[in-house]
Design a protein around this ligand. Structure first.
Ligand SMILES: *[C@@H]1O[C@H](CO)[C@@H](O)[C@H](O)[C@H]1NC(C)=O
Ligand SMILES: *[C@@H]1O[C@H](CO)[C@@H](O)[C@H](O)[C@H]1NC(C)=O
Length: 494
């Protein structure tokens, strides 16, 4: 009898444990198409943007700056091969083809947006709750020809103005798109171990249109980028190996790996987008996991984003709808380059601090509270150029570097972020300290300050773009190199 009773007790406890475990697990799921980057059948694309996230003019013979590498591994009769879903014809599609495609009404910017959707349809993977498309590699040059008035000002047509040091430009044509070259993913066999096979491919290129691409990586004063992806067949994670090099003509360059929404407008991009996030993560219920190995930092001005999240909402709390005069891009970034200092400070730069900080326990402190406000946790905060009710003193964000007004909150390693799994000390996760991060981006992004008009209902914060990489800010001949693997976005609630 006793034996029976204790068995029963054990069985009941066991069931309770199962229920508890189950109730945690069943709520967590991946928001992205390729959780942990484990899928052999890769989907990856690349896009290039000018200062205001447009094209303006294609690079000669390069086509529209959207390309993709998507394939399935096919195993037939012991012979293995890759079936590519996007070919060179697709990847080279240019505005010059618009007429033949019946798209003559599209300008060069809208054509690129169309091409992204076209490549997305070729790469699309059916899934639940939604199909998904690809990882997105994003390239951007910050050059701006102020005399050409190519970029709108806070979403409104701009006027030419004399050059300013904050906008690098070497002269006419300085906002060109890069040359993008492509090594389609191929299957490589190990020299000695026949069973070990590796998949490998890359996009690489340069903004210096006269450069020899075979020399660009090593040649002095020549811009260069490459993203090489490789993976052991059937095993482990893809590794995305990034290199970004600036030159004196192209001193302000960005290279990110993005998990973008599969539909709708994403942060900073005012056209319908395609991506990897089949569920758009929502604050506070998501985490982001990945491994980052920084090999070279990119110099003192390299704003290396351990995490960059992008969204869009109007100042009245309404969702963005593509109307660039009222849509506002919202970005927040954690910069891990230990050379990056807190510009926000109470004595002479209060305007670079957000109006208040919210601690993890919910306590809110105003930026004038010198005893309690964590100034060193903030690099820079800037306000949307179209916000009407800003608290003095304020600092507008760059009016030109987005198709619409933007708001940016850049944070630095600090104990206040430890609660969310973010670095708490300078140097954490930097060169020589590769780490696997599990960041509570959802809860952090819920607590951060973002502007809304007074009295408006706080927006539900969705993040259509979750990415990482570096922005080398106006410094030539700098090189950054890093490897990303195991990326996942986990939503903890539906
Ligand atoms: C590389 O080019 C820059 C810009 O022209 C120049 O200042 C620098 O001295 C050059 N470095 C070498 C090693 O040639
Ligand atoms: C919340 O945390 C802050 C910073 O650690 C602390 O100063 C404050 O007293 C805490 N508030 C409450 C209500 O616990």
């Amino acid at each position: 009898m006793l034996n029976m009773a204790s068995r029963l007790r054990f069985w009941v406890c066991f069931q309770i444990v199962l229920v508890l475990l189950g109730s945690c697990n069943c709520k967590e799921k991946s928001a992205i198409g390729d959780p942990g980057m484990k899928r052999d059948n890769l989907r990856v694309a690349i896009e290039a943007w000018n200062q205001c996230n447009e094209v303006h003019e294609e690079a000669p013979n390069m086509g529209s700056p959207r390309q993709a590498d998507c394939f399935d591994v096919q195993n037939s009769k012991s012979k293995m091969k890759l079936v590519h879903l996007v070919n060179d014809y697709d990847n080279k599609l240019s505005i010059n083809d618009a007429k033949n495609l019946g798209l003559e009404n599209l300008d060069v910017n809208k054509y690129a947006a169309w091409k992204e959707l076209f490549l997305g349809s070729k790469c699309q993977v059916q899934d639940d709750p939604k199909p998904w498309n690809f990882w997105m590699i994003m390239l951007k040059s910050g050059n701006m020809d102020t005399t050409a008035a190519i970029c709108p000002k806070n979403g409104k047509p701009s006027q030419p103005f004399p050059p300013e040091s904050r906008f690098p430009c070497f002269g006419k044509g300085c906002m060109n798109m890069p040359k993008i070259y492509h090594d389609y993913t191929a299957l490589h066999s190990h020299k000695h171990i026949v069973k070990q096979r590796k998949l490998k491919g890359s996009f690489h290129g340069t903004w210096d249109l006269d450069a020899d691409i075979y020399k660009a990586e090593t040649q002095n004063d020549t811009s260069f980028f490459s993203v090489t992806w490789h993976k052991q067949l059937g095993k482990g994670s893809w590794k995305f190996h990034h290199i970004l090099k600036t030159s004196s003509k192209y001193p302000w360059l960005m290279l990110y790996l993005r998990s973008d929404a599969t539909t709708g407008v994403s942060g900073g991009y005012h056209y319908e987008t395609r991506g990897m996030s089949k569920i758009v993560p929502k604050s506070p219920n998501f985490k982001v996991k990945f491994t980052l190995d920084v090999k070279r930092g990119g110099g003192p001005s390299s704003q290396f984003y351990l995490m960059d999240i992008g969204s869009c909402w109007k100042n009245n709390g309404q969702p963005c709808d593509g109307d660039v005069t009222t849509d506002v891009t919202r970005y927040s970034e954690m910069i891990i380059n230990p050379d990056t200092e807190a510009w926000c400070n109470p004595t002479n730069n209060l305007r670079l601090c957000p109006p208040y900080h919210t601690f993890a326990n919910g306590t809110r402190v105003h930026r004038t509270d010198k005893a309690r406000f964590p100034y060193d946790a903030y690099h820079v905060y800037c306000s949307p150029g179209n916000a009407k009710y800003l608290e003095e003193p304020f600092n507008y964000c760059d009016e030109y570097s987005n198709p619409q007004a933007q708001e940016i909150l850049q944070i630095l390693p600090h104990p206040v972020w430890g609660e969310y799994g973010y670095p708490t000390k300078k140097g954490e996760g930097w060169i020589g300290d590769p780490r696997t991060w599990e960041l509570d981006v959802g809860r952090l992004s819920q607590s951060l300050y973002f502007y809304q008009d007074p009295g408006t209902k706080p927006v539900k914060r969705h993040w259509p773009s979750v990415d990482l990489g570096t922005e080398i800010y106006v410094s030539g001949n700098q090189v950054a190199e890093w490897i990303v693997s195991d990326f996942d976005i986990i939503v903890t609630d539906e």
